[in-house]
Design a protein around this ligand. Structure first.
Ligand code: HEM
Length: 133
């Protein structure tokens, strides 16, 4: 959800002229926040930003990075994803059921090539070898 968040971006339109820090956003301008870029920003996550380290979340999201807005796989604010809690419960239940019965390893034919369309997708699919435990 941090390194390869499902959604590539969130967008907001300035309904009136708005100042964000020292940037003046004119009325009508759309701002696109690129979630994968934000989630790998070393200024927010540290020099190991590109490393898979689930331990960084051990004390919750607020302690994992420098800004509470630095981790937004489900967006932020009043238009936050409606299905956030549902999706997280589903993912945890599904993953727990799968890893209790199978082991996974990447197939030698797997080519790592994430593409950033509306969703972050594996360009050539995810080739895995699955074994029943
Ligand atoms: C891993 C799964 C999911 C991810 C990563 C995800 C991500 C997102 C993101 C980034 C947004 C935009 C939020 C913003 O603009 O601040 C969004 C909006 C939304 N999502 Fe999800 N979503 C997921 C699953 C779901 C599910 C399961 C549902 C419904 C059951 C759902 C329903 C919605 C709805 C209705 C919105 C629009 C909310 C609004 O504009 O007020 N999402 N989602």
């Amino acid at each position: 959800m941090r390194l390869y968040p499902a959604a590539s971006f969130v967008t907001r339109e300035a309904l009136e002229e708005t100042r964000i820090g020292n940037i003046l956003v004119p009325k009508g301008v759309c701002i696109w926040t690129l979630i994968p870029t934000l989630h790998r920003d070393p200024d927010i996550w540290g020099s190991d930003a590109n490393e898979f380290k689930p331990d960084r979340f051990i004390d919750g999201v607020s302690k994992a990075c420098k800004s509470p807005q630095g981790y937004i796989p489900f967006g932020l604010g009043t238009r936050l994803c409606l299905g956030k809690n549902f999706a997280m419960v589903q993912l945890k239940v599904l993953l727990a059921l799968i890893v209790s019965k199978f082991t996974f390893s990447l197939s030698p034919s797997y080519r790592h090539s994430p593409v950033f369309r509306m969703l972050v997708e594996p360009e050539h699919g995810v080739h895995v070898q699955i074994q029943r435990i």
